[in-house]
Design a protein around this ligand. Structure first.
Ligand code: FES
Length: 325
């Protein structure tokens, strides 16, 4: 019989599975930039749901479910022989062998897809794990002993340099600006007060410097200590503020941004007094500081990266930070 013109292939009816799956992946990727916690989670959920829908649709025939197929349309040709009824002629496929559960083509299709998924998982899961997990694991808290508080003159600023983690050596060297504010009354009792400001610029992280003469110029003695964290140096300084050499960011003596591109104030360190010694604890971020010294009201936030807003709508635009102390 001559081939009939206008033959159309048998196509499965269009489904929402692949479209929803692709949409979920896009939402998850966009969420990684905008808000990993909420938008990526929603994208992940959409991806999983539509992956499930897609997998069920793709395997419906194997599971013996009826699959909607668009009807084959043919125009009756003038002078052609009448079409054979479906029940006439040879079978398109040989009947399954006795005991055969799935046609061979379906088995090959499923095993190829399964093998591809296994290979993809074996290749990508370890790489993704090694790339992402170290940032989240083993992030221990650091504390740094800066020596006896009696060594620090009240009202005097010091540039303190120390190692955050002696095991990491010089790569963990940090600088902070420390001022002894004297004794203050907090929660009904007298406590020593210190202002301890990180020198990491809140713009892009360059090392901020004190705008003023240091002890070596003023003839004042630098304090050197050897503590559990290795050598600690405390050099007196008289700052009018702090300035960043990279892009001109400027801060006042409480770390408030006064000029330039930084988006917030300088970060600070929590501290405790342990056996009369000043011990630095975790860092935290600061939007701004009202007042000064022991009376300062610090607008304190979770430790954020350089350039990250901690207030306003912009704060939702930054991805999750791995834990760091
Ligand atoms: S890094 Fe400090 S102003 Fe840019």
């Amino acid at each position: 019989m001559d081939p009939v013109e206008h033959d159309q292939p048998h196509l499965p009816a269009p489904t929402v599975g692949p479209v929803g799956f692709a949409l979920g992946v896009v939402v998850a990727l966009v969420g990684l930039i905008i808000n990993p916690l909420w938008i990526s989670s929603i994208g992940g959920a959409i991806t999983v749901i539509f992956a499930f829908v897609w997998a069920r649709e793709a395997t419906a025939e194997m599971r013996g479910r009826h699959v909607a197929v668009e009807p084959e349309m043919r125009e009756a040709g003038v002078g052609d022989a009448p079409a054979l009824p479906a029940t006439a002629g040879e079978a398109a496929m040989p009947p399954p062998e006795p005991g055969e559960r799935f046609p061979r083509s379906k088995f090959l299709e499923a095993s190829t897809l399964g093998l591809g998924a296994v290979i993809g998982g074996v290749v990508t899961v370890p790489v993704a794990g090694f790339a992402v997990l170290p940032a989240f694991l083993g992030q221990k808290r650091h504390s740094v002993d800066l020596g006896p508080i009696t060594d620090l003159t009240e009202g005097q600023w010091y540039v303190a340099t120390f190692q955050l983690d002696p095991k990491e050596g010089e790569t963990s060297r940090r600088t902070a600006f420390v001022r002894n504010n004297g004794v203050t009354t907090a929660r009904g009792k007298q406590e020593p007060s210190f202002t301890i400001i990180s020198n990491r610029c809140a713009h892009l992280g360059c090392p901020v410097q004190a705008n003023g003469p240091t002890g070596s110029i003023l003839g004042m003695k630098t304090i050197s200590e050897t503590t559990a964290n290795g050598p600690v140096k405390l050099e007196p300084v008289v700052p009018a503020g702090f300035g960043c050499p990279c892009h001109g960011g400027q801060y006042d003596t409480e770390g408030n941004r006064t000029a330039g591109p930084p988006v917030r104030g300088l970060d600070r360190y929590d501290f405790e007094i342990n056996n009369g010694r000043l011990v630095l604890l975790s860092e935290y971020s600061v939007a701004k500081v009202d007042g000064s010294g022991a009376q300062a009201k610090i607008h304190k936030y979770k430790f954020a990266g350089p350039g990250e807003h901690v207030t306003g709508v912009e704060q939702i635009l930054y991805p999750l930070q791995p834990p760091h102390h």
